[in-house]
Ligand binder design. Structure first.
Ligand SMILES: Nc1ncnc2c1ncn2[C@@H]1O[C@H](COP(=O)(O)OP(=O)(O)OP(=O)(O)O)[C@@H](O)[C@H]1O
Length: 334
């Protein structure tokens, strides 16, 4: 079978709401689950042939978006389209599309009570791009025994098996929904390295949801940040990496320098203040900062993630200095 090209995807004004429902508690009593809105007007693209990081806090809507991409669910409003670039369509009940999409969740889609080898045989039948030799190499790397049942594996080994299935299937749209959560740090790093190496050799579209931003950001070429069901930004990772800057120095100096910039965060330590602003600072700003005894730094993606998704309860109390200062923005008061 000819390999399909990497898939792209588009979310257009997507809403997902869950109606109020009834469920049974542990003691058998029925109780009401309130309705909720998981996605509220989500519009963004997933570029073909790139690794996209889908970032967001717990409950932000990441899994809901990934379930839509894999056609596990339908949106309540708006459209989700996927397919080869230039030929996007609704994946719902479209077997040709869904057989080229693989959503991998933490414990994987496996035969829990049969040996791991049985799951591998199933994937070999189902996935046209399956690479059996590579799957065995990965299981060896992660020390997952072929003759054990997934139900008998530790949480970390279950995750490693799921990651192996996702990588060895080489689906044109491969989606990892926080698959690495159960893995210890060395295993997670081995997974990231394997993913990058295999992606370089076999280009495809990969979407990886994460809230471990610092350690996963090096993988991403494109980043979508969702917060409380809305897209905060969807941009090439390169642009985001230089997007936030910090100014550190005497309070009056950095307040002056920050005037006119969107302040994401303000931190005071005695007479010294550190202000994080949204956007790169100009050469003129850098010269002015150096002359006034302040320093400028770049903030990584994690800093943007933390500052742009902080709730009002989490924002540290900010002392407003007595000096002239840039007007407070609502972000710092949230
Ligand atoms: N079946 C459901 N019924 C009702 N509400 C749901 C259902 N599934 C998800 N939600 C709600 O939708 C919102 C988004 O959930 P989702 O699982 O997509 O978030 P997430 O970003 O993947 O979170 P996490 O990182 O914690 O896994 C949450 O508020 C969640 O409670």
């Amino acid at each position: 079978m000819t390999a399909l090209p990497p898939f792209a995807a588009r979310f257009q004004d997507v809403e997902v709401t869950f109606p109020r429902s009834w469920t049974a508690g542990a003691n058998g009593t029925a109780y009401r689950v309130p309705g909720s809105t998981a996605l509220d007007g989500v519009t963004c693209d997933v570029p073909a042939g790139q690794i996209t990081g889908l970032l967001g806090r717990n409950g932000a809507g990441k899994s809901t978006m990934l379930g839509l991409l894999a056609a596990f669910r339908r949106p309540t409003g708006g459209t989700v389209l996927t397919g080869p670039d230039g030929d996007l369509r609704d994946p719902w009940e479209d077997a040709a599309l869904t057989s080229a999409i693989l959503l991998v969740q933490e414990s994987g889609d496996v035969f829990h009570d049969q040996k791991v080898a049985a799951t591998l045989a199933y994937y070999a039948d189902l996935r046209p791009e399956w690479d059996a030799g590579y799957a065995e190499e990965l299981l060896d790397l992660f020390e997952v025994p072929l003759r054990t049942k997934p139900s008998a594996l530790s949480r970390g080994k279950k995750s490693a098996l799921a990651a192996t299935l996702g990588l060895a299937a080489r689906a044109p749209l491969t989606i990892f929904d926080e698959v690495y959560l159960g893995m210890d740090t060395p295993t997670r790093f081995a997974f990231y390295d394997a993913l990058l190496a295999d992606y370089a050799e076999h280009p495809r579209t990969i979407v990886l949801s994460s809230h471990l931003v610092e350690e996963t950001e090096r993988l991403f070429e494109h980043v979508v940040l969702v917060d409380r069901g809305r897209v905060v930004f969807a941009e090439p990772a390169e642009e985001l990496r230089s997007r936030a800057s910090s100014l550190t120095g005497p309070t009056a100096v950095v307040e002056d320098l920050a005037a006119g910039h969107e302040v994401l965060h303000r931190q005071h330590l005695g007479p010294t203040t550190r202000i994080t602003v949204n956007g790169a600072l100009s050469d003129d700003d850098a010269r002015a900062a150096a002359a006034a005894g302040a320093t400028i730094g770049h903030e990584g993606l994690e800093s943007l993630f933390v500052h742009l998704t902080r709730t009002s309860r989490e924002a540290p109390a900010t002392r407003v200095p007595d000096t002239d200062r840039a007007p407070a923005r609502k972000e710092e008061l949230r």
